[in-house]
Design a protein around this ligand. Sequence first.
Ligand SMILES: C[S@@+](CC[C@H](N)C(=O)[O-])C[C@H]1O[C@@H](n2cnc3c(N)ncnc32)[C@H](O)[C@@H]1O
Length: 244
Amino acid sequence: MIDKSLVKKRFKKSLKTYDENAIVQKKMAKELISLLPKKEYNKIFEIGCATGILTKEIADKLIFSELYLNDIVEESKKYVQEIYKECNFIAGDIENINLNKKYNLIISNACLQWCSNIEDTLSKLINALDDDGILAISIFGEDNLKEIKSIFNIGNEISSISSMENFLNTQKIIAKKEDKIKIDFETPMEVLKHLKYTGTNAIKEIKLTKTKLKDFEQKYKENYTQNNKVYLTYNPIYIICTKG
Ligand SMILES: C[S@@+](CC[C@H](N)C(=O)[O-])C[C@H]1O[C@@H](n2cnc3c(N)ncnc32)[C@H](O)[C@@H]1O
């Protein structure tokens, strides 16, 4: 089960530092938009908009009539309103929100892996699409942050990627892509700061004593050093589909 109050707390705390540190999420937002069919969209609904990294790409690159934005963290509203003033902001957990409109595009970058019941959520999203509506999502695969998961012995607490893929494979897939992105840091402590500043440390609450921290630094350096730097792996997956 995903601890939603932890997700909310960590992302709320990271709002101010998110943009500067979300290097991978920025690449993912651009990639997601580039995989979309080039056409005019009517109503667009974005899930988990945070500070508006994907929102900015939508506003700059897509032609549309109305933009609906959602995040579980209410404070994200003031960030996205600066990017697109006329947006309709819907605060709350996407798993509990009733979608009573039909959208031409439902899109989400680096967010849906935080859902507890991914199949029900995806099915709700598919039902909220127009007949020719498109669902475009990027999520993280099994190898995401594998260095951290291995040292802290964290399993795949986030929604199973395979159940998501199984569900989406019953729809009409327009595009699908998987990437591995390694980013470098000077020290293992910089890796931890990066996770904190992007809210990505919401997987599990880990109490770090001085001894645990020392152990972490040592194991990280031993196992994940390349060219005098330590690295962290991201594993984005992009899926674009229409109703099956
Ligand atoms: C890694 S950030 C990605 C933000 C943004 N999409 C981007 O492109 O940078 C994930 C966002 O999803 C939000 N989120 C997580 N779980 C959510 C849920 N169940 N419903 C709505 N938003 C959620 C978080 O608050 C956070 O702002």
